[in-house]
Each structure stands twice: as C-alpha cells, then as structure tokens.
Design a protein around this ligand. Sequence first.
Ligand code: HEM
Length: 124
Amino acid sequence: MTTFYEEIGGEAFFAELVSQFYAQVAVDPILRPMYPDTDLKAAALRLQWFLEQYWGGPTTYQENRGHPRLRMRHAEFHINLAAHDAWVKAMRSAVDGVEMKPELKAQLWSYLEMAAAAMINQPD
Ligand code: HEM
C-alpha cells in the first residue's frame, strides 16, 4: 500500500510546496513580521518535516522537534482571523503552484484548512 506521501511525490513535492509557501510569507505584510528574522529557511524545513511526517513520510520532524503539539507551539504567536487568512492565502497559492492530482489536492487542502482554523488563538 502506498502512502499519501509517496503518491503525491515524496520529499520533492513537500520541498517545493513549502518553498512556494515561504516565498509568499517573505513578502506578506502580516506574516513576515511573525516569523524569525534570519531564519526563514530553518522555519521552512520544520514545516516540510511536519507535513512529510503527517502524510506518512519519514519521521524527521518527531526526531528533531518531538511531539508536534501544534496548537501549543503556536500559542506564542498572535493568530487572529487576519493572520489565519494571510496564512491560508499563502498556502493556497503554494498548493495551486505545484502539480498534483485533483483528488490529492482536495485531500491536502481540506486538511490544511482545518488545521489553520484550529490554530486561531486570538479574537479580532
Ligand atoms: C493559521 C495561521 C498560522 C500562522 C500565522 C502560523 C505561524 C507560524 C509561525 C510564526 C511559526 C514559527 C516559525 C518557526 O520558527 O518555525 C510557525 C511554526 C510552525 N507552524 Fe505555523 N502558523 C499557522 C498555521 C499552521 C498550520 C495550519 C500548520 C500545519 C498544518 C502549521 C505548522 C507549523 C509548524 C510545523 C511549525 C514549526 C513548529 C516547531 O517545530 O517549532 N502552522 N507557524
């Protein structure tokens, strides 16, 4: 049985997706100030590892960062609806920028939308 990770294109796919996402973060007026100044590459790698692990790929995230506890790890960032919308917009543009089968895209997107909604931790 192949995993979603393999089916969608493995490491090369996730590296490309995350690279496109961070290219958006780098120029987004809401998101850019939230991310570490000098360290966007390291942040990109953490997201790539997480997504690879989530979809059945290598467990590099867990080995380097421990249990994901994503809501807790985001608690230090002020994530209101505007930050959520900026994140979703950047990720949508990344998802639309990478080739994938429509059914895989639908599955990937529905997870990302659900996860982004769960990360909101501030009222507007
Ligand atoms: C909803 C809006 C979101 C905002 C504004 C946001 C913002 C951030 C920021 C500022 C960081 C710190 C960058 C770093 O040093 O790693 C971060 C880390 C991270 N985010 Fe988000 N995030 C959002 C949603 C999500 C979602 C939906 C996911 C997963 C699907 C996610 C996964 C991660 C991961 C894996 C890390 C690294 C955690 C670690 O190991 O330290 N984020 N996020």
